[in-house]
Design a protein around this ligand. Sequence first.
Ligand code: DHB
Ligand code: MG
Length: 621
Amino acid sequence: MMNAIATVSLSGTLEDKLRAAAAAGFGGVEIFDTDFLASAMTTAEVKALLDELGLACVLYQPFRDLEGMPEPYRARAFTRIAQKFGVMRELGCDRILLCSNCSPHALPDRDRIVADLRELGDLADAHRITVGYEALAWGRHVNDHRVAWEIVDAVDHPRIGILLDSFHSLSRGIPSVSIRAIRPEKLVFVQLADAPLLDMGHLYWSRHFRCLPGQGGMDLTDYVAEILRLGYDGPLSLEIFNDRFRANSAAMVARDGVRSLDALRDGARRAIGEAPAMPARAQIERIAFVEVAVAPDDRDPITAMLQSAGFACAGRHRSKAVEHWRCGSADMVLNYEEGGFAAAYRTTHGTAICAMGLVVADGAATMARADALGVARHVSDIRTMPALRGVAGTLVYVLDVEAARTIWIDEFDAVDDRVAAAPDIGVTAFDHLAATVPNDEFLSWQLYWRALFDVHGAGAQDVIDPNGLVQSQAIQNASGSFRITLNSTDARDALSARFLSQSFGAGFQHVAMRVRDMDVAAQALADHGLARLPVPQNYHDDAVDRFGLDPAAVAAMRDHDMLLDEEGPGARFRQIYSRAFAKTFFFEYVERTGGYDGYGAPNAPIRLAAQNRFRVEAVMD
Ligand SMILES: O=C(O)c1ccc(O)c(O)c1
Ligand SMILES: [Mg+2]
C-alpha cells in the first residue's frame, strides 16, 4: 500500500515538489493540474524526472465542472478532458480525479449527470484511464460521498469509480461507516487530509486550513479503518491545501507527511485487528525531570532563583559537573559540563532548558516506534536512558519506570539540603511545560508528539500578547499526567518571538508545577522570597464579581499575585508565576481542583502584559 502526496501539498516549483516527495520516500505523486500548467517543463521532461526519481504519477487532478452542464460548456469540457488524457498517457498516469461540479451553470439533473459520466467512461476507456468521481464538500448539487456513490453505482461503467477525500467527508460530519456501502472495486483512490475543527465555510476551510493527519481534529483513524475493511490496497495520498505549507520547506512537510501516513496506517490497522507493523503509541506516565544547560557565569543567579522557587540541591553526579535539584516531586538537572550535548546547546542558546526526561510504560518499544517513524535518536551516554531529538534540538530522554526510580540513586551522591527546601511548597508533579516554536514548525511538532505518543491535542487557543497574537496548542495524555503546550506567532515583537530571536531557536521557556494546596504554596513561596510576576490591581478588582469571591479570598490572591480561572462549578485553576530567569525561562505554580483540565487561557494576556512590562530592563541588561 503506497504512500503518495499531491504536489499541491508542497512548496516550490513542480521540480522542487517532486524532488522533495521522492527524497522523503513517497512512492507516488498526484500531479495537480495548476502545478503542471505553471511548469516550464515539457510533459516529456516531467516524465523523465519522475522516472529518475522513481516516482509514479498515481493521479492527475483535478478536472472540474464536467457533469450536468448545458452547452456549450458540456462539449468544451469533453474536448478538454480528452486533451488531459493525452498528457496523462505521456506521464504514464492512468487515473484522473473529477470533482463534483461547482459551476453556477451546473444542472440539478441526476439522469443527465449519470449519462454524462457514462459517456466520459467510454472516452476514458479509449485511453485506458480510470476516473475517480469526488464529491467536493461545496459541490453545487453533489457534496456528499454517499450521493457520489449512488451516482457512480448508477453509472455502472468499469472506467468510472469513486474517489474518497477525508476532508470532504469528515468536514460534513458524514459517518465513516457509510464507506461500507461502496463496492470495493469501485473505490479508485483515497486522498487524506485532517483539519482543525473550525466553524467556517467548507471551501475556505479546505483551501487554507487542511493539515496532515494527526495535526488536526478529525477522526482519520476510523475513516482509514473503514477503507481498509473494504479491502482497498491502492495509494493513501495526502492532499493538503495549507497556507503554512505553501510557505514552508517542502522537505519538512514531505518528511512529516510520511510520518503522518505511517502512524495513521498503524492506527487504522490496529482498529481492524490487523497485525501492527510497529509498537503502539507510547504511554507516557509523567515528566521525570527537566534539564537546564547552565553557563558557568549563571551558576550563582540560577542557584538563587531555584532556591527562591522552593528547590534544594538533592544530589551531585558522581562523575560529571551535573547537579540534581528537587522541589517536592519535581526534579531538575543543572548541567555545567564543558563538553557534550548540554554544553553544545548552551553555546547556541545560552543558559536554557535543553532536555526533558519522560517516564514511559515501555522504553524499548518507545524507541522502536521512534525508529519506525523516522524520529532521530541522540546517542546518549547513559545506558538506562536513551534519548530522542525533540523540539528545536532539545532532547527527550526516555526512561522506564525502573530507570526513573534508580537514576537519582545510581548516578548521584545524595546531598542533604532539606533545610534549604523548608517550608514545603507541596509540589506533587510537573503540571506542564510550554515551548515556543517557529511558526513554520508549529504543526510539525504537534505531529511529532501525537504520532509517537498516546497523547491528543486539546485546548487550541489564540492568546493575546500586547504585541501580537500567539497560537497555542496543548498536547496531553488521557489522564492529564503529561501535558505540554506549543506556542507560535507571526508577530515579530510578541514575547515568544523575542524569545526565539534572543535564544536562537525554539525551546521550552515555561515550567509549571502542580501544588497540593495553593494557599499553603503561596505562603511558602513568599517565605522563600520568590520573585513573583506582579498581577495588576484591575485584574483582582474584576475577579471579585467574576468568580463571586469573598473579600478575604481576593485579598489573599492580591497578596500573592495569584490568578484564577474556572471551567464550571468547583472546577478551578489557581496560578502564581515567577519572574523569568535571564529572560529565558520561568516557573508557574498551579492548583487544579474539581477536574479543571485547561491552562488558564483567559489569564494568559494578563501574564504576557505583565512580562512585557519588564521588557525595558531586558534591553538595559
Ligand atoms: O479545492 C479544490 O478545488 C479541490 C480540488 C481537488 C480536490 O481533490 C479537492 O479535494 C479540492
Ligand atoms: Mg480531494
